[in-house]
Design a binder for this molecule. Structure first.
Ligand SMILES: Cc1ncc(COP(=O)(O)O)c(C=O)c1O
Length: 404
């Protein structure tokens, strides 16, 4: 077996080429800092795309994982397990949920949500009422169903035929939903309270309220995809709590495990009953290791002082980025909620978000794109103030290399 050191070049030889990872390979992390193979240090404003909610190597998460690893790793769903039951009970206490289904990724939680919505409608109204209304520029995952519900045709290219009965309306435009919704055919409306991949675009509160009443009027379920906006990201445990609009189904993943793969679909008792025994499942869903880690994440981020701290950090980061944006005339504005922020590039810089990511990496800072025109930030929810300051300094240096 070849034991030569691994390099970035090896990626091109051994991996399926569906990703284009950056030049460095991180090997170690602590808090909001990462180190690469050459021991070069980076400030992390990317957070593994809104996943490392408590940063890297959080002692509480390490402790929870170790403790569970010594007890029980896996039993499948032929048996239940204590960490899964505890986590479901906590999510029930902290949200609208009366029932929880566990999965391993955002796409899987959404797949479960869409299947549940279809089946609920099928049982209640028959097969005609199966249509799903989603939104252009949204993102719900990469399985064939979720990528079809997501409103970005480029991700479906070459994978058709797609599942049918899916329509796309325009985000933040209730009239476009009114034009598509029908009592006879629509089973669900699926929406991200903040479009993440689509450019960190928050929903207008009136839009979400309007969707709630349209769903009520047309006997359709309202599904919130909170894979990116959930688990404390907005300064609320879930963004629906910030908006004051309660869905019938909500999906959570990414930050829920703080870096350990875990996802959840939350719903009401009445809707949950449409998934009887044997209708849906997942070998790993509710895995004890994943649930023990997620429990620690939820216990930590649901503390009022942590949630308040997210809003304070958000203010600092938003103001810092906007100041750099104005000084160098690169951003029109910074949008988003909490620690999910999108810095929108000016006309002159449109399409060049990737250049900012590369320049920032050169200066020892990790940031993300959201489409071509938005630099996205999704750092740890407990990022220390001095890391925010240091990251902002590095970002300004990176901007200077591009604008000089
Ligand atoms: C809103 C939203 N839904 C679903 C997904 C898919 O999650 P996963 O990549 O864990 O399948 C993502 C991932 O970016 C997302 O942002």
């Amino acid at each position: 077996m070849n034991r030569d050191p691994v390099t970035r070049e090896l990626f091109n030889d051994v991996m399926v080429p569906n990703y284009a990872p950056g030049a460095m390979i991180p090997v170690r992390g602590e808090g909001s800092r990462l180190w690469d193979q050459n021991d070069r240090e980076y400030v992390d404003f990317a957070g593994g795309i809104a996943v490392n909610s408590l940063g890297h190597a959080h002692p509480g998460l390490i402790g929870a994982l170790h403790e569970q690893a010594e007890k029980l790793w896996h039993v499948s769903n032929v048996l239940t397990n204590e960490p899964a039951l505890r986590l479901a009970r906590s999510l029930k206490e902290l949200t609208f949920a009366e029932r929880v289904f566990f999965a391993n990724s955002g796409a899987e939680a959404n797949e479960a949500a869409f299947k549940l919505a279809r089946r609920h409608s099928w049982l209640k109204h028959g097969p005609e009422k199966h249509e799903i209304i989603a939104f252009t520029n949204s993102f719900h995952g990469r399985t064939l169903f979720t990528v079809s519900v997501g409103g970005q045709p480029k991700y479906l290219e070459g994978f058709e035929p797609a599942p049918g009965g899916i329509h796309h309306a325009t985000y933040n435009d209730l009239d476009s939903v009114r034009a598509l919704i029908s009592k006879e055919k629509t089973c669900a409306v699926v929406v991200e309270p903040i479009q993440g991949e689509g450019g960190v675009l928050p929903a207008d509160p009136e839009f979400l309220k309007g969707l709630r009443s349209l769903c009520n009027d047309h006997d359709a379920l309202l599904v919130f995809d909170e894979v990116q906006s959930g688990a404390g990201r907005t300064g609320y445990l879930y963004a629906y709590q910030h908006y004051g609009v309660t869905p019938d189904i909500l999906t959570s993943a990414k930050g829920l495990g703080g870096g350990f793969p875990v996802a959840a679909m939350l719903t009401t008792d009445a809707v949950a009953q449409s998934f009887g025994v044997g209708t849906h499942g997942s070998t790993y869903g509710g895995n004890p290791l994943a649930c023990a880690v997620a429990q620690k994440v939820i216990d930590t981020i649901s503390q009022p002082d942590i949630l308040k701290g997210i809003r304070a950090r958000s203010d600092k980061l938003r103001k810092g980025m906007m100041a750099i944006g104005e000084k160098h005339r690169i951003f029109t504005h910074v949008r988003g909620e909490g620690l999910l922020l999108g810095c929108v590039l000016t006309e002159e810089w449109k399409g060049r978000a990737k250049d900012f990511v590369a320049a920032a990496q050169e200066e020892g800072l990790l940031v993300l794109v959201a489409g071509g025109d938005v630099v996205r930030l999704a750092p740890s929810l407990i990022i220390p103030e001095h890391d925010i300051e240091e990251g902002l300094e590095r970002f300004e240096k990176a901007v200077a290399t591009l604008t000089k």
